[in-house]
Design a protein around this ligand. Structure first.
Ligand code: NAD
Ligand code: GLY
Length: 359
């Protein structure tokens, strides 16, 4: 097992990464303020991992209340959030009842928002079970739900007490979901870690074959990168925005195609290609680097062409992006592979060019 730390002073917390961690209840105990916890999961993950977690808690004398939600991005909404509040209230959960998210990013995001708001905040643990959630969404405290008009538009910054990433759970993950997680892994290489990007170019086959060493390394290195950025800029007043490379386009794709039809990681992959082409159009990124970026997403079996939803629809959706400031859209662009920056001076013509040729 490896343990990393997200350094946020008195709210610092560990990220434990390794195999068979679900049974290691002693890792959870420091984050449990009472002998009761509410586990939020979904209909897919529950039959796979809920019993093991409940048994481990039970062995330590902790009663686990189960809240099993429908599975899917399209359920990341108010109605499903209310199911969590209903269950917490029906079971008389208290301020010291820890909420445990067991599942992928959808479960992590919605449960985190429930934890941030139930009784004005209860302790929260992330047990991510998808590659994407182990490398990204479980770390950093962004929680929330989708709105019909925009992705992740309602939410809160609310840090977990700990993250427990049992890499053994990835053995049951469908291939398509594994690849979606790789999109966020590539992101770290692109925005701040060229050595990692090069490692990914050389080890993509091992990752796709679920080689445990390769997966363990990629998860740790991703979490290291994310922990540094979040530790410096928890509330995204600057550097953290770089973690959104490809997301402005990607969120538009997810919304326009109907939540869940394009996986988040797939939309981020296609969105990152658009961001790379925009960077090239702005005179920042060399054409050969755009080619190299396209190739790595192809190697990962991720989409590199975006759906043609029309330039106006892209722009309309991107105008609702959380990074918009003073009515101006802001885009994460690449200066080179391994170095990103933020631009708020992208003209409509440049945007139309990128979306017309590649949209
Ligand atoms: P997901 O939560 O929908 O999980 C993908 C699928 O895998 C689901 O069907 C799920 O039930 C299933 N699953 C989960 N674990 C499994 C396992 N071990 N074996 C078999 N099946 C399993 O999707 P995701 O890719 O994990 O997360 C995407 C979500 O994360 C999006 O809503 C996105 O907005 C959000 N996100 C949040 C952040 C953040 O910082 N909070 C960052 C990136 C993405
Ligand atoms: N996934 C972007 C962030 O956590 O900031």
């Amino acid at each position: 097992m490896r343990t990393l730390t997200v350094d946020l002073n008195h709210r610092s917390y560990p990220i434990h990464i390794g195999t068979n961690l679900l049974e290691r209840v002693e890792l959870l105990l420091p984050a449990l303020a009472q002998k009761r916890a509410a586990i939020v999961t979904n209909t897919t993950v529950a039959p796979l991992y809920l019993d093991a977690l409940k048994r481990a808690l039970d062995d330590a004398g902790v009663a686990g209340i189960s809240i099993i939600l429908p599975d899917g991005e399209r359920y990341k909404n108010w109605e499903t959030l209310n199911l969590i509040y209903d269950a917490l209230l029906e079971n008389r959960c208290e301020r010291s009842t820890t909420l445990i998210a067991l599942g992928g990013g959808v479960i992590g995001d919605i449960s985190g928002f429930a934890a941030a708001t139930y009784l004005r905040g209860v302790p929260f643990i992330q047990i991510p079970t998808t590659l994407l959630s182990q490398v990204d969404s479980s770390v950093g405290g962004k929680t929330g739900i989708n709105h019909p008009l925009g992705k992740n538009m309602i939410g809160a910054f609310y840090q977990p007490k700990l993250v427990l990433a049992d890499t053994g759970t990835l053995n049951t993950l469908p291939d398509r979901e594994l690849k979606a997680g790789i999109a966020e892994i590539i992101k770290y290489g692109l925005i701040r870690d060229i050595a990692f990007f090069e490692w990914l170019e050389n080890n993509m086959a091992a990752l796709l074959a679920r080689d445990p060493d390769a997966l363990g390394y990629a998860i740790s290195r991703s979490c290291e990168n994310k922990a540094i950025v979040v530790g410096r800029d928890e509330r995204e007043s600057g550097e953290r925005a770089l973690l959104n490379l490809g997301h402005t386009f990607g969120h538009a794709i997810e919304n326009a195609m109907g939540y869940g039809n394009w996986l988040h990681g797939e939309a981020v992959a296609a969105g990152t290609i658009l961001a790379a082409r925009l960077s090239q159009k702005l005179g920042m990124l060399a054409a050969e680097d755009v080619g190299r970026i396209t190739r790595i997403f192809e190697q990962a079996g991720l989409p590199t062409a975006s759906p043609n939803i029309g330039i106006e629809r892209y722009i309309q959706l991107m105008e609702l992006d959380k990074k918009v400031e003073g009515g101006k859209m802001r885009f994460i662009v690449l200066d080179e592979i391994g170095k990103a920056s933020i631009r708020s001076d992208v003209s409509r013509d440049d945007l139309s060019f990128v979306l017309k040729v590649h949209g």
